[in-house]
Design a binder for this molecule. Structure first.
Ligand SMILES: Cc1ncc(C[n+]2csc(CCOP(=O)(O)OP(=O)(O)O)c2C)c(N)n1
Ligand code: SF4
Length: 309
């Protein structure tokens, strides 16, 4: 060991291993992400939440689409699926409905989930499919060279918007709220503790949970917009994010380099897709119908006893 190495605290020495290597496919390291990209800290927050949860890891599945964030599925040591672009939600829906015991987590980018995959996202929220969606929003298509996204703030420069974006971006918490998501939160990739607590809370929630993570794309978004390094962006988050739990989702739009409101915005109860299906079939078919993916105790009494149309 060199003199310099001897002075490094033991937790950061390579011989100590990675603190979360039990949950990562270390044989796939080094990962593809750029230094100071926000995807890494978001993944850390997810793994911390998993460690704190009482979930049986044999029953946790991670689904990603295509993009830099989509690579998460390949690095986690869990049952994971790297699906086609824009399709992690249908894949996750199928997985959950085929095996309701699974805790299914979709972990993907804003382009993947909200642009090409937008239709699937809104319908999964409407149906209240019991899955957790973690959406890394870096305001740009990272993997393919910095094209404008459905979340790019107005006036921000992208490779396909060299004079600045002029389209109105989605306000994702508002979109998810109006579609019926039961849990909606937003944090930045700097808020690891709050983010991991939100993910933990979403694990315990029955229904469609959506967590938006505002994350730096240091290589493209920051460079094209002259925002400095990923570290500069994290400093920006530190100085400009405002915690406002229960804020009106209509007021959560993000302006270019404006303040970022973070917090938990929606936490409601409503029947999941399977609850609604079981209730309806039991009501119409009575005892002929065998509940799917749940027991009698899980179905509201009025429906089990009533049998009315
Ligand atoms: C059907 C299809 N269309 C387009 C692409 C090209 N493509 C790959 S990733 C991507 C965008 C990814 O953006 P985002 O989801 O925001 O992820 P990031 O890389 O920023 O994490 C696109 C357009 C593709 N792979 N498949
Ligand atoms: S291109 Fe952007 S999103 Fe992709 S790994 Fe690099 S910093 Fe992250």
């Amino acid at each position: 060991m060199s003199e310099i190495e001897a002075n490094i605290p033991s937790t950061t020495q390579t011989t100590a291993g990675h603190p979360r290597e039990g949950l990562l496919r270390m044989d796939r390291m080094p990962h593809i992400w750029c230094p100071s990209c926000g995807i890494g800290p978001t993944l850390s927050a997810f793994l911390i939440a998993l460690e704190k949860s009482n979930l049986n890891l044999d029953k946790v599945a991670v689904v990603s689409g295509i993009g830099c964030t989509g690579r998460v599925a390949g690095y986690v040591k869990l049952d994971s699926f790297h699906t086609t672009h824009g399709r992690p939600i249908p894949f996750a829906t199928g997985l959950k409905l085929a095996n309701p015991e699974l805790k299914v987590v979709v972990f993907s980018g804003d382009g993947d989930l909200v642009a090409i995959g937008g239709n699937h996202l809104i319908h999964a929220a409407r149906r209240n499919i019991d899955i957790v969606v973690i959406c890394v929003n870096n305001f740009i298509y990272g993997m393919t060279g910095g094209q404008v996204a459905a979340t790019t703030p107005e006036t921000a420069i992208c490779s396909t918007a060299p004079y600045g974006n002029f389209e109105t971006p989605f306000n994702l918490p508002h979109l998810m709220d109006t579609c019926g998501a039961v849990y909606v939160a937003r944090y930045t990739a700097l808020d690891i503790r709050r983010l991991s607590n939100a993910i933990l809370e979403a694990f315990n929630k029955k229904g469609f949970s959506f967590i938006e993570v505002i994350a730096p794309c240091a290589t493209l978004y920051a460079r094209l917009n002259r925002l400095g390094t990923g570290l500069d962006i994290l400093k920006y988050y530190h100085d400009n994010s405002v915690i406002k739990h229960n804020a009106d989702p209509r007021e959560l739009e993000i302006k270019f380099q404006g303040p970022i409101i973070v917090g938990k915005f929606v936490d409601r109860e409503r029947p999941t897709f399977l609850d609604a299906m079981n209730q309806r079939f039991k009501t119409v078919l009575g005892d002929k119908y065998q509940l799917y993916g749940m027991t009698d105790e899980c179905v509201p009494e009025a429906v089990v006893e009533g049998g009315e149309r």
